[in-house]
Design a protein around this ligand. Structure first.
Ligand SMILES: [Zn+2]
Length: 227
């Protein structure tokens, strides 16, 4: 059991005995207990083994670990060629996937000229294709271009703490310079995950995201101030 869970239990017990719902504010324990790290997911490509071979003629070369266990940034880069323009130097993430998938922002989609829908990773049926080029080779992807929907990776221990279920949609308040409440955030629960919320570049820039930003799940109906 990690420290955050123990702290949460202690707070709940104290609240029950004292009826003090503001115990967190009253004590000097920090407020990070319910915070979810928010990470920016830049445009990237996942490739099938077949496409890795076709494009690079060798396996992906490890460059850097990513926050989710087992996921890594490779040294390889790709060029995306759309009907309207080209985006160079696109990151390729490993390990390989059963199907290749290109995750871009809505701004990228407009620039490239592809009608990429907002969808969750792996939901590639009916999505548009694109041309992917390495320095040596070219692959025409039939489908697999999407704008990744905002989501939270959550281990089961955190799911109990936050009282959420796998595939539940939640709203999350982002503690940024331009604070926002993001709705329709998909919770994905697995003990293979490390706790993190992923948003894309457009969402990050729109909310003035920067490193270290955290989010909090907003329970119940989202209330708007003013009108
Ligand atoms: Zn993610």
């Amino acid at each position: 059991m990690n420290e955050a869970i123990v702290e949460d239990i202690i707070i709940k017990v104290i609240e029950e005995f004292t009826g003090n719902v503001n115990i967190k504010a009253a004590c000097d324990c920090d407020d990070t207990i319910n915070s979810i790290p928010v990470e920016l997911s830049a445009r990237h490509v996942h490739l099938s083994e077949e496409h890795i071979q076709e494009l690079f003629g060798e396996p992906l070369v490890f460059k850097k670990e990513l926050s989710q266990p087992g996921q890594f940034l490779s040294k390889q880069r790709l060029r995306l060629i759309g009907p309207k323009s080209v985006i160079n130097n696109v990151a390729v993430l490993g390990p390989s996937r059963p199907s290749s998938q290109v995750e871009i922002s809505l701004t990228d989609a407009k620039l490239l000229g592809v009608a990429a829908p907002v969808g969750q990773s792996g939901e590639i049926e009916g999505t548009p294709g694109i041309i992917m080029a390495s320095t040596d080779s070219i692959v025409g992807l039939e489908e697999g271009v999407l704008v990744a929907g905002r989501h939270i990776h959550m281990p089961t221990s955190d799911a109990r703490r936050f009282d959420v279920k796998d595939k539940e949609m939640v709203s999350v308040h982002l503690d940024t310079e331009r604070p926002v409440i993001m709705e329709n955030v998909l919770v994905r629960i697995s003990d293979d995950f490390k706790l993190a919320m992923h948003i894309d570049f457009d969402e990050g820039n729109g909310s003035a995201w920067k490193n270290g930003v955290t989010g909090k799940i907003v329970k119940g109906a989202v209330k708007y101030n003013g009108i």
